[in-house]
Design a protein around this ligand. Sequence first.
Ligand code: SF4
Length: 240
Amino acid sequence: MNIAPPPPPTTTEKILAGFAKISLVMRHESWRAAGERGLTPTQSQILSVLKSASKPFGLAEVASHLAVSPGTASEALSALIGKGLVSKKRSAEDARAIVLSLTHKGAREAVKSGEWPSPMIQAVEALPEHERASLLRGLIGMIRTMQECGSIPMSRMCVGCRYFRPNEYPGTKKPHHCLLIDAPIADSDLRVDCAEMEPAADDVRPRLWGVFVNGQPLDHQGPGQRRSPPKSRRISHINK
Ligand code: SF4
């Protein structure tokens, strides 16, 4: 009896298989790099989170940012405090709350924690610029969908930011605008973890996304003023 060959994998299955391979490398590299410094990947990620936090974080915020349980975050934080990398104190705003901060030694370690594995940097930089920008757009869309489903916590991305004006200058190399720095930004400038991000109102976020995807300036659909690109294009923090 002839057995029918399995159907060819769908595009979705092939993409997910690709992500699985990439995540293996990421996991292996993060264990290796953190292990060399006497840390676990979770401890290393906590240092990065505290370094990029725009306000003092407590245990709940750290756990939420890493999408881990409070118990896991608490265990990792205790180890970091024991190693002299993190300290805790009472919040200046609420004496009942405990906030966490990096010690001097922890701040130095956090810089290393923020470094990406070189095999991953090489793989991304081997792509042509336009493919990197397309990949970034695709990843932003996936992250947003997972956020909307509640699978991951809210990321500090441009597409959910009150300062973001998508497609203000359609057809140009820098079609979007960041009101914070008052400058046009390209797809490749879009941020997925911006310390200055402030969430847009719940009813504005879907409109920002719709305009971003559909390619029409925001003033055609909602709030925002059409503008000309400013003379000074202060994009330094965008390109970090
Ligand atoms: S760069 Fe930062 S501040 Fe500007 S729109 Fe993006 S997330 Fe908001």
